[in-house]
Design a protein around this ligand. Structure first.
Ligand code: GLC
Length: 580
C-alpha cells in the first residue's frame, strides 16, 4: 500500500514538472529540430543549379554540355555541393532553351549522349553528389511527336492529349487567357480550324492532364530517369497543370504589362485543386524508389499559405517547394526577411523550407540585392542567409563567385524568347545565363570556341574561380567557409531556428539552438550601409555566457571573443559566432 502511494506521488510530480517545462521545451524546439541521423539526405543537402548550356563546354562549340559538367565535379565537391539540379538537357528545338522538349527519354546531341549522362551519374556518385533532373510536365515542344499527331486531325488518338478548343468567332480565341510570355495563350491551327492552349510560348503547347494516358506517359518519364539513378526532380511550372474546363475569362487588372497586353490575374489557369492529386501520385511513385528521391517544386505561389499547400496535407506531395516569397524580397529589409523566415520556419505542414535567391529566370543576386557600392559584401550577406537557416539551400552556378547579370544591349543579340517579345521593357533572361567564369583566359575557361552562345561578361577577368581561389577574402572562399561550417556544426545543420532582437530594423539576427551538448550559433547581419552596434540579451534562450566566439566574420573582426552587450558590425557586416 505504502509503495503504491509513493509511486503515485513520484508519477504526479513528474507530470507537474513536465507541464512546467513545456513552454521552454516548445520554445526552443522549433518544429524542425530534427535529428540528423534519421533524416533524408535532402534535408541537409546543398543543391547547386546548373544551366548546362553555360557551365562548361567540352567540345569547343561554344555551348556547355554534359561532359563539361562531369569535368567540373571536383570543383563542386570542393565547394561542398551534395546534389546538382540540371535544367533540361533533353532533345529540344531550343526555342525556350530546353523547356520545349521533343523527347523526354533521351539527351539532346548538343549536350551529349545517354552514355555521357550515365557517366556523369556514376562519376558524381563517386564524389557523393546526386543528380536531380528537370521534369517539365505542363507542356511539350510543338515538335514532340505527341503534338504532331495531336494536331494532325480531330480524330487522332492523341487529339485529346493537348487542349484544343473552338474560337468564339472568326479570328477570335476561345477566351482572354494570356501566355506568361506575352499575348494570347491560344494559337490557331489552320489545318483543323481549332485553337490550342499554351501557358508559355506558342511552341510550348500544354498537355491535357485530365487525360489518363498523358499521366501514364509522364509518369513513365519519371521512372525512366529514376531507373538511371537520378535522385529526384525539379518540377517545372507544376501549379499550371490544369485550367478551368469551362474557360471562364481571367479578371483584367489595371495597366499594361511589358508585352503591351492588359495586366491579368491568372485566376483560371493556375493552382487548380487537381494539381494536388497529381502531386500525390508523383510522390507515391518516387517513394517507391530507394534513397528518398526528392521532389522540388517550382512553387512560385502568391503567398506563404499557398506555398505551404505544396507540401500536402500529410507530407504526401512536394518535399521541397521553392520559397519564391523569400527569393523575391528584392531589398535588404530586416522586418521583411524576419517575417518570411518565421512564417516558413513555423509552417503548419512542418515542411522543410527550401531557399534560393538566384536562378535561370531571375536576375542575379549580386545586382538585385547589391546597392552599387558594397555588392561583394552584400553577396556574402546573402550567402549567409541562404546557408545558415534551417532551409535546404540552392545555389545557382556562378553565384558563389559573384557573377552579375549581363543583359544584352541590342535586340539582335537577344536569345531568350521573353526578351524578344518584351523588348525593351523586358530584356529577357539572357543576362543571368551567361557562361560560367572559370579563369581569366579566352572564353573565361568555359570554352575554346571563337564565339560562345552568350557573350562572356566583362567582369570575368576579376570575378572568376581561379582568381577567387587565391584570395582568402573572396566571395568564393566565403561560400566554401559557410558551407563547411554548416556541415561541421550540429546547430547549423539541424538546430532549431529562433529570431532574436526582434525589434531591430537594421540588423537581422537569429540563433540556431543545438540543445544541451553543442553550442548554439548566433548569426547577425547588418543590412545597412552604416556601422551598427548591437546588444544581445540571450539569457532567455538558456545562454549564460556574456560573450560570443567568432566563427566567421566579414569584414573581419579584430578579436575572436566579443562581449554580447556590444557587438560592432561594419556596413553590411556579417557575423557567425558560437554562444554558450
Ligand atoms: C519555368 C522555367 C522557365 C521556362 C518556363 C517554361 O518557369 O524555369 O525557364 O521558361 O518554365 O517551361
Amino acid at each position: 500500500m505504502r509503495t503504491n502511494w509513493l509511486g503515485w506521488f513520484v508519477a504526479g510530480c513528474a507530470i507537474v514538472l513536465a507541464f512546467a517545462l513545456l513552454p521552454t521545451l516548445t520554445r526552443s524546439q522549433s518544429p524542425h529540430s530534427n535529428h540528423a541521423l534519421g533524416d533524408p539526405w535532402w534535408k541537409h543537402a546543398v543543391i547547386y543549379e546548373i544551366y548546362p548550356r553555360s557551365f562548361q563546354d567540352s567540345d569547343g562549340d561554344g555551348i556547355g554540355d554534359i561532359n563539361g559538367i562531369t569535368s567540373r565535379l571536383d570543383y563542386l565537391k570542393e565547394l561542398g555541393v551534395d546534389a546538382i539540379w540540371i535544367t533540361p538537357v533533353y532533345p529540344s528545338p531550343q526555342v525556350d532553351f530546353g523547356y520545349d522538349i521533343s523527347n523526354y527519354e533521351a539527351i539532346d546531341p548538343q549536350y551529349g549522349t545517354l552514355a555521357d549522362f550515365d557517366h556523369l551519374v556514376s562519376e558524381a556518385k563517386k564524389r557523393n553528389i546526386r543528380i536531380i533532373m528537370d521534369w517539365v510536365p505542363n507542356h511539350t515542344s510543338d515538335q514532340h511527336p505527341w503534338f504532331l499527331e495531336s494536331r494532325s486531325s480531330h480524330n487522332n488518338p492523341k487529339r485529346d492529349w493537348y487542349i484544343w478548343r473552338d474560337g468564339t468567332g472568326p479570328g477570335q480565341p476561345p477566351n482572354n487567357w494570356q501566355s506568361w510570355f506575352g499575348h494570347s495563350a491560344w494559337t490557331y491551327d489552320e489545318k483543323t480550324g481549332q485553337w490550342y492552349y499554351h501557358y508559355f510560348y506558342v511552341q510550348q503547347p500544354d498537355l491535357n492532364w485530365r487525360n489518363p494516358e498523358v499521366r501514364k506517359a509522364m509518369y513513365g518519364v519519371l521512372r525512366f530517369w529514376l531507373d538511371r539513378g537520378v535522385a529526384g526532380f525539379r518540377m517545372d511550372a507544376v501549379s499550371r497543370l490544369f485550367e478551368d474546363p469551362n474557360l471562364h475569362d481571367d479578371p483584367i487588372l489595371p495597366g499594361l504589362n511589358a508585352f503591351g497586353d492588359p495586366n491579368i490575374e491568372h485566376k483560371y489557369t493556375q493552382d487548380l485543386p487537381e494539381v494536388h492529386d497529381v502531386l500525390r501520385e508523383v510522390r507515391e511513385l518516387v517513394d517507391g524508389y530507394p534513397d528518398n528521391p526528392v521532389l522540388i517544386g517550382e512553387a512560385d505561389e502568391p503567398n506563404i499559405q499557398d506555398l505551404v499547400k505544396m507540401y500536402g496535407s500529410n507530407d504526401d506531395e512536394e518535399q521541397l517547394p521553392m520559397d519564391f516569397q523569400l527569393a523575391d524580397v528584392n531589398k535588404l529589409s530586416v522586418p521583411e526577411f524576419r517575417r518570411l523566415l518565421d512564417e516558413i520556419e513555423f509552417n503548419p505542414a512542418l515542411g522543410q523550407p527550401y531557399f534560393f535567391f538566384s536562378n535561370h529566370d531571375q536576375s542575379r543576386t549580386w545586382d538585385r540585392y547589391g546597392e552599387g557600392a558594397h555588392n561583394d559584401q552584400i553577396a556574402k550577406l546573402m550567402a549567409t542567409i541562404l546557408l545558415t537557416t534551417h532551409a535546404t539551400p540552392q545555389l545557382y552556378y556562378g553565384e558563389e563567385i559573384g557573377m552579375r547579370t549581363t543583359t544584352p544591349t541590342r535586340i539582335e543579340d537577344v536569345k531568350d524568347p521573353v526578351g524578344r517579345t518584351g523588348w525593351p521593357k523586358d530584356k529577357g533572361r539572357d543576362g543571368e545565363r551567361t557562361p560560367m567564369q572559370w579563369n581569366s583566359s579566352h572564353d573565361a575557361g568555359f570554352s575554346t570556341a571563337e564565339k560562345t552562345w552568350l557573350p562572356i561578361p566583362p567582369s570575368a577577368d576579376r570575378y572568376n574561380v581561379a582568381v577567387e581561389q587565391r584570395d582568402p577574402d573572396s566571395i568564393l572562399n566565403f561560400y566554401k567557409h559557410v558551407i563547411a561550417l554548416r556541415r561541421q556544426l550540429t546547430a547549423l545543420r539541424s538546430g532549431a531556428y529562433v529570431a532574436v532582437n526582434r525589434d531591430d530594423e537594421d540588423v537581422l539576427a537569429y540563433l540556431r539552438e543545438a540543445g544541451q551538448d553543442s553550442p548554439s550559433v548566433l548569426v547577425a547581419l547588418n543590412m545597412t550601409a552604416e556601422p551598427r552596434t548591437v546588444s544581445f540579451k540571450l539569457n532567455g534562450f538558456g545562454i549564460s555566457a556574456n560573450s560570443l566566439t567568432v566563427l566567421l566574420a566579414s569584414p573581419k573582426q579584430g578579436k575572436t571573443e566579443l562581449p554580447l552587450k556590444e557587438v560592432q558590425l561594419d556596413p553590411f557586416g556579417v557575423l557567425i559566432a558560437t554562444v554558450k
